[in-house]
Design a protein around this ligand. Structure first.
Ligand SMILES: [Zn+2]
Length: 556
């Protein structure tokens, strides 16, 4: 088996890895290059897309999924496996991405035509996106899927964004099974709405993200408390709070925090909360609105706390004062009144989208506040404001910065060094090698040392498009592999799987007696086998999803 790394090798965007196994080509993610690496998107895929059999997609973020329509446009005809929430989010995010590609090409070509230069088509169009949808095959978390005779996969919650997955892959070679685990992007533990990243029992090889491999997130005051205090301070002096936020993930996290105050079903009413309840909250981003609807539809993937809200009749992503703007007119209206309010809008780094209008209308007012809740890359408008620029140019107009600028940290979607190390500690047997991807060069080098020191596991920092042979007597990665049979693999992980099922059962018992009786019976059947595990797991997921949907409906 060979592994090649075709994206997120020398940076954090364009995630794309390729496994050559028997006569099959398996791609892991097909992400868009962003920021300074944007031009790589036009470079081609290094392999003919029509030869790729399977694409395993870790999550919906554009730097992991954004080139799928291009792959399809160029001839891909295989199957795309991902979790169901990932598919639902891809539907809206890829269309949004196509829209941006089309608008950018239009703008470039208008300039090209004027200067007599040749025009270029968009990277892909909305038609290419619709074509892509027919190749998607959503699967359930924890379902063991035999995608062909020799390859079995399982998607596990990665806790990074709704639907994000850690992908386990079992490759059946002539002399046994090799297991590769792809981390995708790993989330932080104890994040609102999302479950913690699943601990994986075993792997021969791990392909691991290392975005914050050399950083530890500052242990700041509860970010939601900070946010609440800024909001109150701002509206008390008659100002509006502008929150630039990524439409998918971060916006829903902020809504979730606000819901706790606005729709406090736990009943603790303080003066602060009563005061807050008079302030309207506007979500002004068509993508954020659609994404929030996807969250509502996938409540079965929420963590325990969010489910508890649901079970108590409170949709954690909805409250009375929350408004989603429907169209551009409504968006413009927000700036016609001086009534104090909260506006959450994208893009998160202020480079595009409606947020620019809100900044133009509020940045010069000293009573207003701008609150950054996400990373601001070098060269973006958000970064300039955060770095303390006195004046900024928005739509060609010089705007003086008088508003209060805040940076509320602690909302990161990525695990930091400790989070990654702790996740690795979960492996009951040490992986033979860890391939570090999705990180800047320095971060990867420091993190590789850290892993060697703490866990005594060797890391490989792969180079672009170099073939890494992963098998017995391999030239690049020399290892004497201890190959296992299916039964041996199952034995390693059986206990964990059964424990997980029992936990789910215990949770369900509280709400559904039928679910309990039904599944109790299954658990009493004979020995562990994959078919039975899958059957129980699927049925449980179905029951869970139905219960959550019912709770959601009754909570509205
Ligand atoms: Zn991501």
């Amino acid at each position: 088996m060979n592994i090649r790394f075709l994206g997120a090798v020398e940076g954090v965007t364009g995630s794309c890895h390729l496994i050559e196994f028997r006569d099959k080509l398996i791609m892991l993610d097909c992400g868009m290059y962003q920021g300074k690496d944007k031009d790589f998107n036009y470079k081609g895929h290094e392999v003919s897309p029509e030869n790729i059999d399977y694409l395993l997609l870790s999550h919906s973020h554009i730097d992991h999924s954004g080139r799928i329509p291009l792959l399809v446009k160029n001839g891909f005809k295989g199957t795309i496996y991902c979790s169901k929430p990932t598919y639902d989010l891809c539907e809206i995010m890829l269309l949004d991405s196509a829209h941006i590609q089309e608008a950018e090409a239009e703008w470039r070509n208008r300039k090209a035509r004027r200067s007599g230069k040749p025009t270029v088509p968009p990277l892909y169009t909305q038609t290419n996106v619709y074509d892509s949808f027919k190749y998607f095959k959503p699967v359930l978390y924890e379902q063991i899927v035999k995608i062909d005779e020799f390859l079995t996969v399982r998607f596990n919650d990665a806790g990074h964004v709704l639907g994000s997955s850690i992908i386990e892959m079992w490759f059946e070679e002539d002399d046994g099974i090799t297991k590769v685990v792809y981390s995708g992007d790993l989330g932080m533990r104890d994040k609102p709405l999302l479950k913690d990243p699943v601990i994986i029992g075993s792997a021969d090889y791990v392909i691991l993200e290392s975005t914050y491999g050399n950083r530890i997130h500052a242990n700041t005051e509860q970010p939601e408390e900070q946010l609440l205090n800024i909001i109150l301070k701002t509206v008390r002096r008659g100002g509006t709070v502008i929150i630039p936020s990524f439409a998918v993930g971060r916006t829903q996290e902020i809504i979730y925090h606000l819901n706790k105050y606005y729709d406090n079903s736990l009943g603790s009413a303080s003066d602060k909360i009563n005061e807050l309840k008079r302030i309207p909250v506007y979500i002004d981003s068509p993508l954020a609105k659609k994404a929030t609807e996807v969250f509502w539809r996938n409540a079965h993937a929420f963590d325990k706390e969010a489910r508890n809200y649901l079970m108590m009749g409170d949709n954690p992503l909805q409250f009375e004062n929350l408004h989603f703007t429907e169209n551009v007119e409504e968006s413009k209206m927000l700036n016609h009144s001086d009534e104090p309010k909260i506006i959450i809008s994208s893009s998160g780094m202020c480079d595009a989208g409606r947020i620019k209008h809100h900044l133009k209308h509020n940045l010069w007012k000293k009573e207003c506040s701008v609150v950054f809740v996400g990373y601001q890359a070098e060269g973006t408008l958000g970064r300039r404001i955060l770095d303390g620029a006195k004046d900024v140019k928005i739509f060609g107009e010089e705007i003086h910065v008088n508003a209060e600028i805040h940076n509320v940290e602690g909302f990161s979607a990525h695990a930091d060094r400790n989070g990654l190390i702790n996740w690795l500690k979960g492996f009951k047997e040490k992986p033979r090698k860890i391939f570090l991807v999705h990180g800047e060069a320095q971060s990867k080098a420091e993190f590789a040392n850290e892993i060697k020191n703490i866990l005594d596991i060797d890391c490989v920092i792969p180079a672009y498009n170099v073939i890494y042979k992963v098998k017995k007597r391999a030239e690049v990665v020399e290892l004497s592999l201890k190959h296992r049979t299916w039964e041996e693999w199952a034995a390693v992980e059986e206990n964990a799987l059964m424990e997980e099922l029992k936990n789910k059962l215990r949770n369900l018992k509280r709400v559904s007696e039928t679910a309990f009786n039904l599944t109790e019976e299954w658990l009493r059947e004979d020995d562990f086998n994959l078919d039975r595990y899958n059957r129980i797991n699927n049925e449980l997921a179905e029951i869970e999803s139905r219960i959550m949907n019912l709770a959601l409906l009754s909570g509205e």
